[in-house]
Design a protein around this ligand. Structure first.
Ligand SMILES: Cc1cc2nc3c(=O)[nH]c(=O)nc-3n(C[C@H](O)[C@H](O)[C@H](O)COP(=O)(O)OP(=O)(O)OC[C@H]3O[C@@H](n4cnc5c(N)ncnc54)[C@H](O)[C@@H]3O)c2cc1C
Ligand code: SF4
Length: 319
């Protein structure tokens, strides 16, 4: 184990070499620590004053968290695999090309060298009124997500609608992926969509000491797929709307969206259903508010544009 002191944040920095060691450290620093994978989300939040744990536990040296392999009828991807690896990995390209595309859509090349899959599905929800410097947030008055009393973006509501911005989460959910995490001795595997709460202040319900170990994607489902991402600059930008749609060989359609709600918006349908009914359901499920570079109305409109196009793509690919 190595320890060091961060110059700017005055946190203890721990480097466990095994899952067991990481779990012990988490137990020892319960309530005051944060896991770090690539650090591309958590460290930016620290610099903006939105994350202030006094202990950082870097998971980068734990061998169990790496690897991409077929196992038990699934593709198992270690949580610490980088998005750069995913976008070019032969197994991922062969078995889950939509995930490779989703990984490629995240940020920019330099970021994807460090950013991991586990960190991506757990990256913090975002809002124009929250992802600002400390002095900015102080000057407008703090909102619910930073210990204030009201939601500023909605003009005073008592709920937070910060957006899920992970681009791989909708792709993984549309592919029926499961997340695996270890908490002490217990290992749990559950559909990925179940870890998201829909509450922008506390967007996930994993136990505080849980370490995400892998994502499991089912094989042999014959998915055709379509993926879209709306953002201001193609070269580097968080999502304003991500849509992922799959059609499996049994005729089942699954839609998952990010960027328009605190949680992934998920809609399931049959290939024979009226596409407009699916679009209406997706738009109804998206609690988008005006806390993004694009207006709420535009993003809701774009849900229809992307999903109609996706419907055509997934059904045409089946013919
Ligand atoms: C300029 C810029 C652009 C970006 N653009 C995008 C974008 O387009 N799309 C997008 O989705 N994201 C984007 N991001 C956010 C971020 O870079 C990615 O989400 C990235 O994949 C996060 O992965 P990471 O490994 O760096 O996570 P970290 O920052 O290390 O961690 C993120 C969170 O996950 C937790 N965590 C990480 N791994 C584990 C684990 N194995 N077990 C338990 N907890 C864990 C950490 O405690 C932390 O809370 C961007 C960031 C920046 C700075
Ligand atoms: S949606 Fe409201 S409460 Fe949530 S981060 Fe934005 S301003 Fe704050």
């Amino acid at each position: 184990m190595n320890t060091a002191t961060l110059p700017t944040a005055e946190a203890k920095y721990l480097l466990p070499g095994s899952l067991r060691e990481a779990a012990d450290m988490a137990a020892q620093h319960y309530g005051h620590f944060r896991f770090v994978a690539g650090g591309t989300d958590v460290l930016v939040n620290r610099f903006q004053g939105n994350e202030a744990s006094t202990c950082l536990i870097d998971l980068g040296r734990i061998p169990d968290l790496h690897g991409i392999a077929r196992a038990d009828g699934h593709l198992r991807i270690g949580a610490l695999e980088t998005l750069e690896r995913l976008q070019g990995d032969p197994l991922v390209l062969a078995e889950a090309p939509m995930l490779a595309e989703a990984a490629r859509s995240v940020g920019a090349p330099l970021l994807r060298k460090a950013a991991t899959l586990g960190g991506n599905v757990l990256c913090e929800n975002r809002c124009l009124y929250y992802n600002q410097s400390e002095w900015w947030r102080e000057s407008v008055g703090y909102c619910l997500k930073c210990n204030g009393d009201i939601c500023i973006a909605t003009g005073g509501r008592n709920a937070c609608f910060s957006e899920l911005v992970s681009d791989t989460a909708p792709a993984l959910i549309a592919l029926d992926a499961e997340i695996e995490y270890a908490d002490g001795q217990a290992v749990t595997r559950t559909p990925l969509e179940r870890i998201y709460t829909g509450d922008g202040v506390a967007p996930r319900n994993l136990p505080p000491t849980a370490i995400v170990t892998a994502l499991w994607l089912p094989l042999g489902r014959g998915f055709t797929w379509a993926f879209h991402k709306l953002r201001e600059r193609q070269s580097l930008e968080f999502t304003s709307l991500t849509t992922a749609m799959t059609l499996d060989s049994g005729g089942r359609i699954k839609v998952a969206m990010a960027g328009v709600d605190p949680r992934p918006v998920v809609v399931e349908a049959a290939a024979t259903d009226d596409p407009e009914a699916v679009v209406r359901k997706a738009i109804k499920g998206a609690r988008a508010i005006d806390n993004d570079m694009f207006t709420r109305l535009y993003r809701r409109e774009m849900i229809g544009v992307y999903l109609r196009d996706s419907f055509n793509t997934v059904t045409a690919a089946r013919m």
